[in-house]
Structure formats: structure tokens, C-alpha cells
Design a protein around this ligand. Structure first.
Ligand code: HEM
Ligand code: MTE
Ligand code: MO
Length: 471
């Protein structure tokens, strides 16, 4: 890198438009990223904020960049260096925006620390129908906002007017309901999809999912209270904004279809309690939207504002992320406007024990105990979980050991299952498979190859776990 020219910060600052080319700095490096701007997975607007200056404060906020792939990608655009003195000046006075994040349980395994994203060991999931709060996976895109209960206001915007609710209003003015609902990230099981071909996204295992009870008023009651009419043709989407925001003050945001929001049986809750306790900071204190049967991304935490609207949220996460594509679409050909935002999730299951790579002792019937979860979006009940230890020659149906008792089609909670599965005589290694069937008889695809997508979402192929048999 010493062969490259040395530039001053003053020179870098001149390069902030496509015509003059866009330069940024990182450490001592100077980079011309003009060609990369339209391809940036986080969008052209975001990356342009660093134009003429350092990417570091932004990367402190978006920790996805702190990995060797991104650094290698950036190095391709290297055109020169700053002097060591100027490199130090470029990043002076930078404060870590994550310094005030809460403490987390050590059992949560982070795939990224800033922002904090972590899942528990899968075998813990099947230990209880309700996932303990501290072991529930966390998926944050930004620093956890600091919100005091007494200053908290939820604004609901409808027809040019803002209606404000304190936490007390939400607790006292409306009936409080409790629903059991599974929340799952669209990227759950992304790690298995990545084995086919790399994708852009956090490397989740199969525990980016949890089941909890959520308590608070119904969103439908709050909407009716401010005069929203379910037959109003001008209302099509309910948008949510979080109180977490990026450097440009843009909040996390998402929206759900109005039909889901206004239907009292849709069970959308403005939750202030999780498992009977005050919501924790990581899971959205003091209020989060819980949208049962719908992808995690729409369950907006730290809810600051609801917008009753005729359009979807224009947030990055609604428009340019959390969408599915055919396996041949890549970052050069992707057109996010062509796919709908994920709402209800497809049927999924996973084996939580035994773990891949473990050595298992068979019991006297030459079988082994296998446990897992199964769940489907849209309130569809799990009717069956099929498992095999001989690559599909013989299938066995597992016992559903717990399932929520809600009426069809409001099975928002997951089903846990268990089976003593016979294993072929004399084998030393076995591949265990599981697939679930929901009440619409939807089932899981066989392999990841044909459902691969560039963002690594909707990974619901058969779950396959390789184990060794103890002799
Ligand atoms: C995502 C590269 C600058 C904001 C990404 C990803 C890559 C990337 C490869 C996908 C990461 C993944 O999901 O695994 C770069 C490069 C940059 C740059 C080479 C060089 C200048 C910026 C800047 C900002 C930014 C300056 C913000 C101001 C984002 C956001 C995402 C992202 C918001 C999506 C994060 C998510 O999905 O949660 N970027 N980026 N990037 N980037 Fe950048
Ligand atoms: N809400 C806000 N305000 N900010 C976020 O980053 N992440 C979303 C959703 N709600 C997010 C959010 C995503 S992608 C998921 S999967 C769930 O929250 C995760 O919820 P959990 O952290 O309580 O498990
Ligand atoms: Mo997510």
C-alpha cells in the first residue's frame, strides 16, 4: 500500500458527488467507492452519507461492516493513504453508540455485538414451551434506545392528527389481553442456506426464534378509539416506527396490512409485558408491537409512532430487505420493488437435540431421542412433524408435546415435539431429518438449493443433523 499516493483530508472532502467521484476514508486508507454506491446492500443513500469523510462512525453504528469480507471488498477501491497524523484526526472524538446497551446473558451466542444479535443454544429451546426472556434471541439493527417510563409517549398519526398515549393510558384505557406468540427472524437458519452459496446477512443458526406470552392492549382497540373505521378504503397499511434511530435520525420502521391490524382476532398487541414481566430493554421496553404469525421484522420494538396510512412503510427494512427472490437473482440483477415484503412466514421445523456432530448412545430399542420445534405463520397449526433416520425410506411422526390451545386459525405459538426414533442397525453415522406439516397441508421444501436467495431469508428446508452413534 506504500506505493499509493498520500492524500489530505482536505482533498478527500472535495469528492462528494458522482461527477467529482465519491471518496471515503477508513483507518489510513482512502477509497473511491463511486462504482459501488448503486450496489451497496444497505442502500445508496446510507453509503453516500460517508462521502468525503470517514466511514468509521457509521460502521460503529452498523457493525455488519466489521468483518473481513467487507474490509476485503473496501480494499478493492483503495486509491491512496492519509498521513498517519491525519488518519488519527479523522476519527478523534468518536463515541461508541453502543456503550449504553444493556447487559446480556452469557448463554446468548452473538453473531454480532454492535448491534447486538444473538441466539441461545438450540437445545435450550425445547426445555420449555415459553422461552425465558433472558434466553430469547435478540435481533437489533441499531443501539438500544434509552427510554424512561414517565417520558414515554406513543404517537398515533391518523388523517393529519397526532393522538398521544402515555404508558398509563395504554394500560388503563384499554382491555389488557395476553397472547402466546412465537417471534422468528426471517433469517433464522440462514447458516444452512449459506452452505449452498454465501448470502449477505448475519449468520444465524436455528435458534433465532422464541415463544413468549405478550400482554397489552389490542392495536385494533387503539385504532378504533381514535376513529379508524375498518371499512375506510383509504387505510391500507399500519406503519410502525421504533425509537431506535441511525446517525441521520432515521428510525427502524416496518408496516403490516391494515386487515391484520384492525381484525381483533388478528391479535396484534401493543405489548408492555413479556412472560408476565415488564418488557426488557432488548425486547422493546416499554412497548413493542407483537404481530402474531408475522415475520419478526414487523414486530417493532421501542414503538414510538404508529401511522395509519394508505402506503407501506418506506423504511429500508420494509422496502429493500426482508423480501424473497428466485435463486438466480443476484446483487447485480435484484430489483427490490418487484417482490412483496415478507409478512406471514412459511412452515418451519428444526431439530434442537441432538446437536450436529454429537455422539449419541442408542437406548435399548436401538433408538435415540430427538426433540425440536415446529411453527407456521398466519396462525396455521402444526398438524404433524415427520422425521427419518434413513434419508426418507421410513418416516415416523413425532409426538407433539406442547402446543397452544388457541382456536384455528390462531395458533400463534410454536409446537414442541419429541420422538424416540429407531436408527438403522449397525450404522456409525446417521443423518436425521425433520419436516413439519401445517393445517393448510403446507410442508417444508427438501433442500436449500432451490430456495436460496441473496438475502438468506425464509430458510425453511428440511432440517438435517449429522450425528455419530456411540459404540
Ligand atoms: C450493509 C458494504 C458504507 C450502512 C452492508 C453490507 C455490505 C456493505 C457488504 C452487507 C453486510 C451484510 O449484511 O452482511 C459497505 C461498504 C461501505 C459501506 C464497502 C464503504 C464505504 C456504509 C455506510 C453506511 C452503511 C457509510 C451508513 C451510513 C449499511 C446498512 C446496511 C449495510 C444500514 C444494512 C445492515 C442490515 O442489514 O442490518 N454494507 N458499506 N454502509 N450498510 Fe454498508
Ligand atoms: N424493532 C426495532 N425498533 N428495531 C429493530 O432492530 N428488529 C426486528 C424486530 N423489531 C428490530 C425491531 C427484527 S428483524 C426481529 S427478528 C425482531 O424485532 C426480534 O425481536 P427480539 O429481539 O425481541 O427477539
Ligand atoms: Mo429479523
Amino acid at each position: 500500500r506504500d506505493d499509493l499516493p498520500t492524500y489530505t483530508l482536505e482533498e478527500v472532502m472535495q469528492h462528494t458527488t458522482m461527477e467529482k467521484r465519491i471518496w471515503v476514508t477508513y483507518g489510513q486508507g482512502v477509497y473511491d467507492i463511486t462504482e459501488f454506491i448503486p450496489q451497496h446492500p444497505g442502500g445508496p443513500e446510507k453509503i453516500s452519507m460517508a462521502a468525503g469523510s470517514s466511514v468509521e462512525p457509521f460502521w460503529m453504528l452498523y457493525g455488519v461492516h466489521k468483518n473481513s469480507n467487507v474490509i476485503a471488498l473496501l480494499e478493492k477501491f483503495r486509491i491512496g493513504n492519509l498521513s498517519p497524523k491525519e488518519a488519527a484526526e479523522a476519527t478523534a472524538n468518536m463515541e461508541d453508540p453502543y456503550a449504553r446497551d444493556p447487559k446480556r446473558h452469557a448463554a446468548l451466542k452473538p453473531s454480532s455485538k454492535k448491534p447486538f444479535n444473538a441466539e441461545p443454544p438450540p437445545s435450550l429451546l425445547t426445555e420449555s414451551f415459553i422461552t425465558p426472556v433472558d434466553l430469547f434471541y435478540v435481533r437489533n439493527h441499531l443501539p438500544v434506545p434509552e427510554i424512561s417510563e414517565k417520558d414515554y409517549i406513543l404517537e398515533v398519526h391518523f388523517q393529519g392528527k397526532d393522538h398521544s398515549f402515555t404508558l398509563d393510558d395504554l394500560k388503563k384505557k384499554f382491555e389488557q389481553v395476553t397472547v402466546t406468540a412465537t417471534v422468528m427472524c426471517a433469517g433464522n437458519r440462514r447458516g444452512e442456506m449459506t452452505e449452498i452459496k454465501p448470502v449477505k446477512g448475519l449468520n444465524w443458526g436455528h435458534a433465532a426464534v422464541g415463544n413468549a406470552t405478550w400482554t397489552g392492549p389490542r392495536l385494533s382497540d387503539v385504532l378504533r378509539h381514535i376513529g379508524v373505521n375498518e371499512n375506510d378504503p383509504s387505510v391500507q397499511h399500519i406503519q410502525f416506527e421504533g425509537l431506535d434511530h441511525d446517525v441521520a435520525n432515521v428510525p427502524y420502521g416496518a408496516s403490516i396490512p391494515f386487515n391484520k391490524a384492525i381484525d381483533p382476532k388478528g391479535d396484534v398487541i401493543l405489548a408492555h409485558e413479556m412472560n408476565g414481566e415488564t418488557l426488557s430493554r432488548d425486547h422493546g421496553f416499554p412497548v413493542r408491537a407483537v404481530v402474531p404469525g408475522t415475520v419478526g421484522a414487523r414486530n417493532v420494538k421501542w414503538l414510538g409512532r404508529i401511522i395509519v396510512s394508505d402506503t407501506e412503510s418506506d423504511s429500508h427494512w420494509q422496502q429493500n430487505d426482508y423480501k424473497g427472490f428466485n435463486p438466480s437473482v443476484d446483487w447485480d440483477t435484484v430489483d427490490f420493488s418487484k417482490s412483496p415484503a415478507i409478512q406471514e412466514l412459511p412452515v418451519i421445523s428444526a431439530i434442537c437435540s441432538p446437536d450436529t456432530g454429537s455422539v449419541v448412545k442408542l437406548n435399548s430399542e436401538n433408538s435415540l431421542n430427538m426433540k425440536g420445534y415446529a411453527w407456521s405463520g398466519g396462525g396455521r397449526r402444526i398438524v404433524r412433524v415427520d422425521v427419518t433416520a434413513d434419508s426418507g425410506k421410513t418416516w415416523h411422526s413425532a409426538n407433539i408435546t406442547s402446543q397452544d390451545s388457541s382456536k384455528e386459525p390462531h395458533h400463534w405459538g410454536w409446537s414442541l415435539w419429541s420422538i424416540d426414533l429407531p436408527v438403522p442397525q449397525g450404522v456409525k453415522e446417521v443423518e436425521l431429518w425433520a419436516k413439519a406439516v401445517d393445517s393448510a397441508y403446507n410442508t417444508q421444501p427438501e433442500s436449500f438449493a432451490n430456495i436460496w436467495n441473496l438475502r438468506g431469508v425464509l430458510g425453511n428446508a428440511y432440517h438435517r443433523v449429522n450425528i455419530k452413534i456411540a459404540s
